[in-house]
Design a protein around this ligand. Sequence first.
Ligand SMILES: [Zn+2]
Length: 70
Amino acid sequence: MRPEICARCDRPTDEPVVVGTEHGASAGGRTTYACPPCAPSFPKQVNPFTAVAAVRRTRRPGRSRLTGWA
Ligand SMILES: [Zn+2]
């Protein structure tokens, strides 16, 4: 998992939060990310813990059932 650029402050974040997805014929679908501090400023966001958990699952396969990592 590489750092993503926050769509709000244009800085890379190691814990990107998915704040939206675009799907158009030309773009082919892309995901918008934000850093945790900026994420609440977006009108439509997913649960930040879901995104973080997904990242950690990718990094540490086999520990996906463990909770309380955030
Ligand atoms: Zn930000």
